[in-house]
Design a protein around this ligand. Structure first.
Ligand SMILES: NC(=O)c1ccc[n+]([C@@H]2O[C@H](COP(=O)([O-])OP(=O)(O)OC[C@H]3O[C@@H](n4cnc5c(N)ncnc54)[C@H](O)[C@@H]3O)[C@@H](O)[C@H]2O)c1
Length: 323
């Protein structure tokens, strides 16, 4: 029987990372996870995410800061790196660009050097739809001009793609840069709109709507994203000379107003207050997913309504974690 690959997942205690690790362990992969419990949101939420699989015999965890800790201590063999660790979020990056640059760009540079020194040549990287900025060409295609990002977060993700390409060129890294489109579902980061709004509804607080409600996001359910990452691990693992950028979206943008309507239908209403658009926010994200369909057999399965029902199931169970 073919020996299962060893996958190193950075940011394994976060929203996407913990879903990914859980799935990889179910598929029989050996997984090493790194996370520093960055204080962007509470540590207890990330510990709870990890608790699901921390004792799994094929999982090892290290509390590790990709910006500061010594990669030399990671002695276990690794076949593929999935690099998710980052500071995420548009407005926080406008308020704190230096931290974003340090973690996202320098952190990624350090991960690349670790891989180079250890002879690991397979990488799947978490990029973002935000790098398309306010591109007028929709749906967004991977070969679009992304030289005009409108937030520090987007700039850092584009910078990472550039650094990674350099390592592909110089050191034969096989790479897929995945551009995720607004990921939602159980365990979603508490700063993201759906999670934040549901919390407000449950507590009968006012929801602040940025802009007039007409901005759109291509919300993508977490299980679909994880399937896309898994397929990328598979493709990277068996390829030579691979460098690809792929959108992982849903291909079906939903306006902010429609998103709120669905939340009201599922959770009940609360008061809305319309306020100015946030700096750095793009008007629309809309993925052309044909490339991922072709190369990864990627095919999102979860409608927005179904995804919100699954979020509700989780939210009801995890009440104690509400922040
Ligand atoms: N969630 C989305 O909608 C979305 C969209 C596009 C791209 N992404 C990208 O996907 C990745 C995962 O996002 P997420 O939503 O799961 O975020 P998350 O914040 O839940 O997960 C990121 C994890 O990285 C860890 N981390 C941060 N700095 C670190 C450091 N210096 N060393 C080690 N670990 C560190 C954090 O503690 C956290 O657990 C990120 O790179 C993010 O930019 C997410």
């Amino acid at each position: 029987m073919e020996k299962k690959k060893v996958v190193l997942v950075t940011g394994c205690a976060g929203f996407i990372g913990s879903h990914l690790v859980s799935k990889l362990l179910k598929q029989g992969f050996q997984v090493m996870g790194l996370d520093n419990f960055d204080d962007f949101y509470p540590r207890n939420i990330k510990e709870k995410n990890l608790a699901e699989f921390i004792d799994h015999q094929n999982f090892t965890f290290r509390e590790f800061d990709i910006c500061r800790d010594d990669f030399e201590i990671l002695e276990e063999p690794v076949d593929i790196v999935v690099h998710l660790a980052a500071k995420a979020g548009v407005l926080p990056s406008v308020n704190n660009p230096v931290d974003f640059l340090e973690v996202n760009v320098m952190g990624t540079q350090r991960v690349l050097e670790f891989m180079r020194n250890k002879g690991i040549r397979k990488l799947v990287f978490a990029s973002s739809s935000s790098i398309y900025g306010n591109s007028k060409e929709i749906p967004f295609q991977e070969d679009a001009d992304v030289s005009e990002p409108i937030s520090p977060y987007a700039s850092t993700k584009k910078s990472c793609e550039l650094l990674i390409h350099t390592y592909h060129h110089l050191f034969d890294f096989d790479v897929i840069n995945l551009r995720f489109f607004t990921v939602y579902g159980p365990k979603q980061r508490p700063d993201l709109a759906i999670h934040k709004f549901v919390h407000k509804i449950i507590n009968q607080q006012v929801i602040q709507v940025y802009g007039d409600g007409s901005t759109s996001r291509d919300y993508t359910f977490i299980d679909d994203i994880v399937s896309g990452i898994e397929a990328s691990i598979d493709l990277v693992g068996k390829s030579k000379g691979l460098y690809e950028i792929m959108n992982l979206g849903n291909g079906n943008p939903i306006t902010l107003k429609s998103m709120i309507d669905v939340l009201f239908e599922v959770f009940g209403p609360t008061e809305l207050e319309y306020v100015a658009k946030q700096p750095g926010d793009v008007d629309i994200t809309y993925a052309d997913i044909s490339k991922a369909q072709k190369l990864l057999n990627y095919s999102p399965q979860t409608s927005f309504f179904e995804g919100i029902l699954k979020f509700k199931e989780w939210y009801a169970l995890e009440g104690a974690l509400k922040v």
